[in-house]
Each structure stands twice: as structure tokens, then as C-alpha cells.
Design a protein around this ligand. Structure first.
Ligand code: UDP
Ligand code: MG
Length: 336
């Protein structure tokens, strides 16, 4: 029988977590010929999410959980789930029931038809502000033009079914600065997009804000394109050419016509403009440098504190390639 693992990253979801399992289970029980199991990843919640997960996994045989040692962010939590998933396919879902469980059967149908990556696209972004929409437009337009991966789909979130082929491929990519959307696109394989309507959060509140979205956008750009670097090079060349032209003009005016060139306004404009451009260029280089800085440390993407009631310890090895989740073995001491 086919087996599908449902991965659920959870951060401070005590209010919705109890609703999640029954709601999803009710839908997946209708799907015949397929067994479902769940991996909940507690991403360092500060509320009682972990206690609730322990309780849910005690009551249901098909539920297991991972608890990370702190809040690593959704991208890392998803990676932990992918590492531990054993199914022939996985489905990634938010804990807050914004992703309708009714869509699962449709995803499974497409998967059986031979697709590897069935992603759900939000059909309605009307709830979003003008600013957020415009920012998203700019971001996706830019990425479409310059990204080195496949096209990154608009309005497609993390709600998707991935075949084991995609999961294994994603597991090789141990980069620290994870822009998962881009990674899904990069992997390729056979993709199918299905529409869905975002539901209101069942309870609790969102963990995103503008600052987090902005930094995610920067991360997306710097991990999948070097176009901004080429842009500053181009800008530098253009400004230099312009400056040489202007210099010749000023010299001719002064030497041949004795024209006293207006000093202060011209100087101010040029200095401010150049200062700004230089700061921009340094900033862009800095963003890439910070990516390199984070990646070269080869830190693990996440650390597991607890796996199904078992305390975990990270067994370090010297070769970075071997630093993967397999080295996180049960520690001797168990929970009280
Ligand atoms: N999440 C997480 N770690 C974080 C932030 C969020 O695992 O640091 C989880 C969260 O519990 C939820 C999903 O990611 O299951 C989506 O988060 P949220 O609902 O806050 O985002 P939104 O739906 O507003 O985009
Ligand atoms: Mg949500």
C-alpha cells in the first residue's frame, strides 16, 4: 500500500493543533489504497504546543513528532520533517488549517497520475493590502527574469504534495539560508498546479510581519540570482562614462571659452549621487557576502531536542558532507 507522510510545522499553535488532526484525518480516511502518517515539527514554540503534540502522538499510532531545540523558522522545520518522512510522498501543510484538507484527495489523484510536485495555488489575494501585492509583483517579476532556477510560481505557498524523488533531491540541498519556494522550483520534475482558496486561520495569529517578508525576499534574490551584482557593475560603468564625458565638457568650457563653471550645486549633486550609488553597491555586495558567511560555517539546518519522547544529541563528525540528520541519534538520558 502507498504511504504518504503529512508534515506539519508548528510554531505557537496550541490553539489550533487539537483541531488539525481530526479535520485532516476525516478527509484522508476517504482516500482508499493509501496509508497516511503525520510528522509534526514543533519549531521551538513557547506555548503548550509540545505538550499537545506529545498527547496527540500518544493517542494516535500514525502520529510522530519532532521538537527542535529552538525556533529555527518554518523553512528549517519543514526540512526536519522531510528528513524524517518515510512515505512514498509527503504533503506539507500549515497547522492553522488555512490549507483545506479537502484538497488532499485531489493532490493524491494527480500524484497517482504521475506528477511529482503538486502545488496548490491561492486563487484569491484580495485580503492583502495594496502595498503587499505590489511588493509581491515586483519580487516575482524580478525573479522570473533573473532567477537561475525554474520559474518560481506566484501565489504558490508551501502547501504541496511531493513525490519521494523530490524529497530526496531536497534533502541533498543542505544550504543554511533556505528559500524553499526556490528550491522546489530548482528541483524540477513533473509539476502540477491546482487552485485552492485560503481559509481564514482556525485560531491563533500569524507569525509573519513585513520585516520577515522583506528578509525572505532578499534571501530569495540572493540565493537564486546574481543579477543585482551585474546591475551594480553596469551602473558603475555607466556613471564612469558619464563622468568622463562631463569632465571633457567642463574642461572645454573652462579652457576654450573661459566659462566659470558653477561649483557648489554641481558638486553637491555629484557627491550625493555617487555616495548613494556606492552605498547601494556595497549593500548589494554585503547581502551576498552575508550569504557566503552563513553557508561557510556549515552549521546544521536545525537541531532536534526531542523525537517521539526521546531526547536527541547531535553527534558531530568532521566531514561536512556527512553532517546530516542521520547523525542525530537518541541520547542516553530520557525524559523524566
Ligand atoms: N511556522 C513555523 N515556524 C515559524 C513560523 C511559522 O513552523 O517560525 C509555521 C506555523 O506554525 C504554521 C506555518 O508555519 O503552521 C505558517 O505560519 P503562519 O500561519 O503564521 O503564516 P501565514 O499562514 O500567515 O503565512
Ligand atoms: Mg497561516
Amino acid at each position: 500500500m502507498e504511504k504518504i507522510t503529512i508534515i506539519v510545522p508548528c510554531y505557537n499553535e496550541e490553539e489550533v493543533i487539537d483541531m488539525f488532526y481530526p479535520a485532516v484525518q476525516k478527509q484522508v480516511e476517504k482516500i482508499s489504497g493509501c496509508e497516511f502518517d503525520y510528522i509534526f515539527v514543533n519549531d521551538g514554540s513557547r506555548d503548550s504546543t509540545l505538550e499537545k503534540l506529545r498527547e496527540i502522538s500518544r493517542r494516535h499510532d500514525n502520529v510522530s513528532y519532532l521538537s527542535l531545540s529552538r525556533n529555527f523558522g518554518k523553512e528549517s522545520a519543514m526540512m526536519a520533517g522531510l528528513d524524517y518522512a518515510e512515505g512514498d510522498a509527503v504533503i506539507i501543510m500549515d497547522a492553522d488549517l488555512q490549507h483545506p484538507p479537502e484538497k488532499i484527495s485531489e493532490m493524491v489523484t494527480w500524484w497517482r497520475a504521475g506528477y511529482d510536485d503538486i502545488c496548490a495555488r491561492r486563487v484569491d489575494r484580495s485580503g492583502e493590502t495594496w502595498f503587499k501585492k505590489t511588493a509581491a509583483n515586483i519580487f516575482y517579476g524580478f525573479m522570473k527574469k533573473f532567477s537561475t532556477s525554474n520559474e518560481i510560481q506566484r501565489n504558490v505557498g508551501d502547501f504541496r504534495l511531493l513525490d519521494k524523488r523530490c524529497v530526496e533531491a531536497l534533502k541533498i540541498m543542505r544550504e543554511n539560508q533556505r528559500f524553499t519556494k526556490g528550491l522546489f522550483a530548482w528541483v524540477g520534475y513533473r509539476k502540477k498546479i491546482i487552485p485552492f482558496e485560503v481559509q481564514p486561520r482556525a485560531a491563533g495569529s500569524t507569525n509573519w510581519n513585513y520585516a520577515a517578508l522583506f528578509s525572505l525576499a532578499i534571501k530569495g534574490m540572493t540565493s537564486f540570482t546574481t543579477a543585482p551584482l551585474h546591475f551594480v557593475t553596469f551602473l558603475g560603468i555607466t556613471i564612469s562614462c558619464g563622468a568622463i564625458g562631463y569632465m571633457i565638457f567642463v574642461l572645454i568650457m573652462a579652457l576654450l571659452y573661459g566659462d566659470p563653471v558653477a561649483g557648489y550645486p554641481t558638486l553637491m549633486t555629484v557627491i550625493l549621487f555617487l555616495g548613494g550609488t556606492q552605498l547601494l553597491a556595497i549593500g548589494i555586495i554585503g547581502e551576498y557576502l552575508s550569504q557566503i558567511f552563513h553557508e561557510t560555517k556549515h552549521r546544521p539546518i536545525y537541531l532536534i531536542d526531542e523525537h517521539n519522547g526521546q531526547r536527541m544529541i547531535y553527534k558531530s563528525v568532521l566531514i561536512p558532507a556527512e553532517r546530516n540528520f542521520e547523525n542525530q541519534k537518541p541520547a542516553e538520558k530520557n525524559n523524566p
